[in-house]
Design a protein around this ligand. Sequence first.
Ligand code: HEM
Length: 377
Amino acid sequence: MLRTWLEERFEIEKFTNFLKKHLEKPQPPNAKGIGYTFGGVAIAFLLLQIFTGIILLFHYKPTVSEAFDSLQKIMLEVPFGWLFRQFHSWGATFIVVLVLLHFLKVFWTSGYKKPREVNWLIGFALLLIILAFGFTGYLLPWNQTAFWGTVVATEVPSSIPFVGEFIANFLRGGEMVNDSTLSRFFVIHIILLPLALLLLIPIHIFLMRYFGISQGKKIGESEIPESELLAKGGEKFYPNHFLKESIFFYLGLALLFTLAVYFPIELGEKANPFETPLGIKPEWYFLPIFQFLKYFPESVGLFILGLVTFVIFLLPLLDKNPEKQNSKRKLILTLGIIFVFCVILLGILGYCSESTFTIFGRSYHFDILGIPYEVSK
Ligand code: HEM
């Protein structure tokens, strides 16, 4: 009945045909693996993140005097408030992991090469946006780690020559982390970054659809045209690929629920600007950068970091090798593996630094550079 009612008023048929055509768009035969689901599953978790964020906003108050207490209320008094907060906190980690995996998959499968260069640039901007979500969201609970972590992090840019102080003060909204910083981070977190995502994700998806998924063909071999993909072993996006993405999303959801219940992220203590806690550390995904900066004078470290970021951003323009077969991309793949290894190593060193661990009955203290010293118990 509803359909007839709508059909008498709108060209429903045209719309459903358009939808069907796009949903059933075929994927190339090489895009059947789990690696090709990371982007789609990241979108699903982003939608969940927006949903839990909106629920939290019903009760969260972005002022220095109320932020911590409002979150405590969400955790203790609001029905299922604890679950929404845990989903949102753990969800951030899930999204970062998925986007990083997706980024590595695109690198590994030459997905950034001609004609898809622009989509790499947009994807990289999306990665920075996701990291900025994590950075700004970290301060919002206004607890000790959030406050002091942000004090340390916003101090970092001040060592950039000439403009450093300006950038640091602009980030904080003044010389110190206070109410102005919280308002700034709040607005960036709930308005500016979501707007940027809403603008860039559709462009990213449009470009992916426009060029189709990269088929990793040899030089001189042309990509299979869309009309022949199904006959040559490809599969429809819906239902085939969508089903795979849904399965991974639901498995991820089960894991998210398990982590929320058994490994809840504690709220800690309310921020106290007069008491510096020991061993302040950022979120795990900033640990490699945090550790890296310890080994160099700050301005040198920042220069290298900026350069590395820029090189990765411009990768499709710098890597001029047209080969998409991995056996003919040994140099870039080796560089990529060394880079990932260094990032993981720095992350581990950052995690261990300024902490004491007991390994096989012996206690070791890792100093600020991550070097272990045995200590007597
Ligand atoms: C919010 C973050 C992101 C989302 C939601 C997202 C989503 C997607 C989706 C759904 C696809 C198609 C399926 C797939 O290959 O998984 C895709 C393809 C692509 N993405 Fe992303 N992406 C994100 C971040 C990135 C990043 C960080 C990069 C790299 C810097 C990137 C570069 C690309 C490229 C070049 C393609 C085409 C790959 C090919 O044709 O094989 N994306 N993205």
